[in-house]
Design a protein. Structure first.
Length: 290
């Protein structure tokens, strides 16, 4: 029997794109999630836009122009919702040669509640042989859209493990905008626990330490064959690797496209710290400069 989730219409999620990569990602998202509300920072200059519960700015950070568009979109998002995220695919080549892009990214981090930097380092535990499968950028965009889709479904659907929108907001607004994104995929016996371990390791490979983060939003996703034991195994691994006093919310989503695999996505937020130096350090790590 297939379990169809119930949609919670009370929460509205808007998405704004910056640059060609951002437009591609939003195009894919709108196909899978028609309930998303497309927003335009250009339209906001001409007419008042309706407020939404959560705004996600999606950017490829391709160059200085796109970085500027990302900053404008984040500025508009600040007036549309009390909760604002930015998901930025970080191209190593442009950021390495353009300090202006890094500076703009720093400003974006000061405008949003959570800044997710997506790079090849997020992907290693998910696809160890990624370069042989497809271009690095395609995988980075895939991870970005996957993360936004999971977050939206957690907010808008009543699944097997229900999460209140207010609880999600509490996590996303907790601490600074410094956010690490970890992801893991595994199958077979013990696959859920292994996927969670890979997600935790993904955060560590980016220079983060889960035990030093104060808030976690975790999405465990599997097919309709996933069991509560699988969910409990993934939850146990997460709790074992974070601080005992951390604020943790874990949701369960169903996706039969995963087959026998389980995917664990961890969004980890640090406590309040100065944003700018942190963003600089994280981007340099992504670029392999430290």
């Amino acid at each position: 029997m297939r379990i169809e989730p119930e949609t919670e219409l009370g929460a509205r999620v808007g998405v704004a794109a910056a640059g060609p990569s951002g437009l591609r990602m939003i195009g894919r998202l709108m196909q899978r999630l028609p309930l998303l509300e497309p927003l335009s920072y250009l339209a906001a200059e001409e007419r008042a836009m309706p407020p939404v519960d959560l705004v996600v700015v999606v950017s490829g950070m391709d160059d200085v122009t796109v970085a500027g568009d990302t900053l404008r979109a984040a500025t508009v998002a600040r007036g549309l919702s009390s909760v604002r995220l930015c998901v930025a695919v970080v191209p190593r080549s442009s950021l390495a040669s353009t300090p202006e892009v890094l500076g703009t990214l720093r400003e974006v981090g000061q405008l949003v509640d959570a800044l997710f930097l997506v790079s090849h380092r997020n992907l290693k535990p998910l696809y160890p042989d990624a370069p042989r499968m497809m271009a690095e950028l395609a995988l980075e965009e895939f991870l970005s859209t996957t993360m936004i889709e999971d977050l939206t479904r957690i907010i808008t659907e009543r699944g097997l493990i229900c999460i209140d929108f207010a609880d999600v907001v509490a996590i996303l607004r907790d601490g600074s905008s410094e956010t690490c994104l970890g992801v893991g995929l595994a199958g077979g016996k013990g696959g859920a626990a292994l996927a969670a371990e890979k997600a935790v390791q993904s955060i560590r490979e980016q220079g983060g330490e889960p035990s030093q983060h104060g808030a976690f939003l975790v999405c465990v996703k599997g097919s309709t064959n996933i069991t509560m034991d699988d969910f409990d195994d993934a939850s146990r691994v997460v709790h074992e690797n974070v601080h005992p006093d951390a604020n943790i919310i874990i949701g369960l989503l169903l996706d039969d496209d995963l087959g026998s695999n389980v995917r664990v996505l961890i969004m980890a937020k640090k406590d309040a710290v100065p944003v700018a130096p942190v963003v600089d350090e994280r981007v340099r790590r992504f670029l392999g400069q430290t």
